[in-house]
Ligand binder design. Sequence first.
Ligand SMILES: Nc1ncnc2c1ncn2[C@@H]1O[C@H](COP(=O)(O)OP(=O)(O)OP(=O)(O)O)[C@@H](O)[C@H]1O
Length: 527
Amino acid sequence: MGRMQMELHTGIDLAVALIQQDNLPDLLKTATKQLENAFGLTRCWALELDLSGRTLHCSDLEEHGEFDCGDFSHPFAHVLQTGKARELTRAASYRLDHVGFQALFEASDRPRSLWLEPLTGNDGRTLGILVLCRDEPDWDGITGQPLYGGLRQLLVHQWITQLQSRDQVWQRRLLKRSLDHLHDAESVRTRCEQLARTLVGNSQAMTSLRAQIVRAAGSQLSVLVQGETGCGKDVVARGIHELSDRAEGPMVVVNCAAIPDTLLESELFGHTRGAFSGADQDKQGLLAQANGGTLFLDEIGDMPMALQSKLLRVLEGRQFRPLGARKEQHSDFRLVAATHQPLQAGIEDGSFRRDLFYRLSQFPLRVTPLRERPDDLEALSRHFIRLYTEREGSGPMGISSHALHLLAGYDFPGNVRELRNIIELACLQTPGGDDIQPEVLRMNDLFEESSDGWTSAPWDVGDRNPVDLPAVEDIRDLKAAAQAFEAAIIRERLRQYGGNRAQAAESLGLPKRTLAHKCLKYQVAES
Ligand SMILES: Nc1ncnc2c1ncn2[C@@H]1O[C@H](COP(=O)(O)OP(=O)(O)OP(=O)(O)O)[C@@H](O)[C@H]1O
């Protein structure tokens, strides 16, 4: 085979090898190897200019493979700046004290000469620099060869193709990311809308609470819901469960205030037969029942200290041991806890564990009191009118602006629950199809001064106030007196409703669970 033919074969082989590479690092590796072999180089390097155009990368160098283009203590910055190829002798190379350049020079076995050649695409885009190392510095003899020119051209062409496809990949990735982002935003919006059907209100506070609930629902974090009584903590907890991927699983609700301390542990953990007197069969605890779903611990601030420590341990590994059992059980539940008491105060007076507080509040949510979001009054009122009408078959049409104005001036100590009671009572007194008017809104009634100095509730007609309380001037302990008053009202109200706790609680604007707790606390029997 003649020399020309040999060159042609070599050229074709090299070209085929270059064309086969489908990513830039492989292309540069193949090209430098091929150039070394074809032209008897001791070493060949390809330095790639990054997207910012500020740094040259030499991926074959194990260390110090980055060259700042603004640093003229290495020769590559000069080559890029002038756009011209140049030779660098061994003697000149020794004089350069740039760490990266010395690493490259060393790894090339300190050749007698280096040829530094910038590579630029047809569009003027600088791609990088080729560095050829050789002990016989006849660079014209090499770079003048058609084979060199052809390979160089092909390398530039393939390099640009790779960059373009990398750009496309990046663009596709960017596009996908922004589409994902849009999709996320869309799905958050849909979920917020879904939640707005049960957690009503258009105020800024409610809108942002709904967005946070959607985020909390998408995570597995423990959520602590804080807020005054009646402001909607229960609704929030249900929202979290229903929007989470555990929605198909159970939601187990435990009111820590309503279960006597002595029973709470066995209720939560369950027990085996004979674990204590009266335990005549195995009983599954609420922790186990919440497996695959959500455990909602309401009034967590009332959990006894000893149980707080046990709960903390459960939260660490979702492992627990029922009373009397030998083996531990596992339950996969998401915890949502709620409190109307500021837990910080409990931490400070030593009745609530600080470490448990942090464990519970991985995702803290705060529900704003109703008096701080008057913008929600109209939507909430209409919501409760709609619920009333659905339940009763007929009801008011809506609520007048004067009535809304009156509501806006009230501070709702019982929050949304109190608003609901006020609206329901107003519905009862408004002819079907009319709007609720201010006259039928009964606020402050429970604590309104009456002629005998005590209070009168709208539904409390007839033989009133058999409550036996000390005269105001005889009171020495305000807290005790207030508690005695509370107990007396509850006792009286239970008597009035024949012991029906649900009705008594409703009439006092309290959740049943809170009333149950108060009965326990004040030793009030149901008769
Ligand atoms: N944003 C709201 N939209 C619709 N209904 C609400 C909203 N907030 C509260 N409610 C209603 O008000 C009543 C009281 O709410 P909820 O029981 O959730 O309050 P809470 O904060 O858990 O009270 P507590 O601390 O006494 O347990 C419920 O009937 C609930 O449906």
